[in-house]
Write a protein that binds this ligand. Structure first.
Ligand code: NAP
Ligand code: GCO
Length: 261
C-alpha cells in the first residue's frame, strides 16, 4: 500500500478562511500542493489582489471570495458560490482571527465582543454553513486554528484567550455532534509564529522576543511553514479516527517550564 496516499488531498475542495497571508496562506498553499482545490476569503481589495498574485506565483489557482466571516449572510453566499464553482467543501480551516492586546480593565466591551465575534462566533457560523454539505457527501474535515491561549492566559489578551478557549470546546462539540456523520473536527494550536499578527512582539529589542525564545525548547519562533504538515495530516484520510483533538505545534512551549535565567 502506498502509505503517502493517505495524506493526499487529491480531488478535495478546501476552504481556508483569512488565507490572504500568514498562517492561512501557508496552509492553503500546502493543501494545493497535496492536490486540493483552494477557496479562501478576505475582506479588502488590496489583500485580495496581492493574495491572488502570490498564489499564482506559487502555481496555485486559488479562488478568492470577499467575505467577512462574522456576517452569516455573506458566509452562506460564499459557501453557495464555492459549491457552484468548485464543489462541496470537503475541508474547512477556520483560520481567520484577530487579537487585541489591551489590559482587561482598559478594554471596552465592544473591543472584547469584536475579538470573540471573529475568533469564536465566526468559526461557528462558517462550520454551520459547510456541515450540511459534508453530511450529504458522507465525510468532512474541520480544522479550527486555536492557540496556546486555548490553554494558557497572559496579560492583555483576555478576549483572545476567552475566544480561543471557547474554540477548543467548539472543536470538541462539533466532534461530538457530527462524528457519526464521518466529520472529523480537530484543532491546531500554533505556538508563537512569525506572521503580521505577532510582528509587534518581534520588533528589535522587544523583551517579548527573548522571553519567547527562553520558553521555547526549539529556541526559535515558529514559521507558518511549520504548520503545513500537521494541517495536511488533519485534513487527510490519515486522521480519519482522530476527532476532537487539539494538536499543539509550538516547538515544545507547553511542555517546558522555561530556561533557567
Ligand atoms: P494574520 O497574519 O493577522 O492574518 C489574519 C487573517 O484573518 C487575515 O487574512 C485577515 O484578513 C483575516 N481576517 C481577520 N478578520 C476577518 C474577518 N472578520 N473576516 C474575514 N477574514 C478576517 O494572523 P495569523 O498570525 O496568520 O493568524 C491566523 C490564525 O492563527 C488566527 O486565528 C490566529 O489567532 C491564529 N494563531 C496565530 C498565532 C501566531 O503566533 N501568529 C499563534 C496561534 C494562533 P483581512 O485581510 O481581511 O484582515
Ligand atoms: C500574544 C500572541 C499569541 C499568539 C498565539 C500563541 O500576544 O500572546 O499574539 O496570542 O498569537 O495565539 O499561540
Amino acid at each position: 500500500m502506498d502509505y503517502l496516499k493517505q495524506f493526499s488531498l487529491e480531488g478535495k475542495v478546501a476552504l481556508v478562511t483569512g488565507a490572504a497571508y500568514g498562517i492561512g496562506y501557508a496552509i492553503a498553499k500546502a493543501y494545493a500542493k497535496a492536490g486540493a482545490k483552494i477557496a479562501f476569503n478576505c475582506r479588502g481589495e488590496k489583500h485580495m489582489s496581492e493574495a491572488i498574485e502570490a498564489y499564482k506565483k506559487d502555481g496555485i489557482d486559488a479562488k478568492g471570495y470577499y467575505c467577512d466571516v462574522t456576517k452569516e449572510d455573506e458566509v452562506q453566499k460564499m459557501v453557495a458560490d464555492i459549491e457552484k464553482e468548485l464543489g462541496t467543501v470537503d475541508i474547512l480551516v477556520n483560520n481567520a482571527g484577530i487579537i487585541k492586546r489591551i489590559p482587561m480593565i482598559e478594554m471596552s466591551a465592544e473591543e472584547f465582543r469584536q475579538v470573540v465575534d471573529i475568533d469564536l462566533n465566526a468559526p461557528f457560523i462558517v462550520s454551520k454553513a459547510v456541515i450540511p454539505g459534508m453530511i450529504k457527501k458522507g465525510h468532512g474535515k474541520i480544522i479550527n486554528i486555536c492557540s496556546m491561549m486555548s490553554e494558557l492566559g497572559r496579560e492583555t489578551v483576555s478576549a483572545y484567550a476567552a475566544a480561543k478557549g471557547g474554540l477548543k470546546m467548539l472543536t470538541r462539540n462539533i466532534c461530538s455532534e457530527y462524528g457519526s456523520a464521518n466529520i472529523q473536527c480537530n484543532g491546531i494550536g500554533p505556538g508563537y509564529i512569525a506572521t503580521p499578527q505577532t510582528a509587534p512582539l518581534r520588533t528589535e529589542g522587544h523583551p517579548f522576543n527573548s522571553f519567547i525564545l527562553s520558553k521555547t525548547p526549539a529556541n526559535r519562533w515558529g514559521t507558518p511553514e511549520d504548520l503545513e504538515g500537521p494541517a495536511i495530516f488533519l485534513a487527510s484520510d490519515a486522521s480519519n479516527f482522530v476527532n476532537g483533538h487539539i494538536l499543539y505545534v509550538d516547538g515544545g512551549i507547553l511542555a517546558y517550564i522555561g530556561k533557567q535565567p
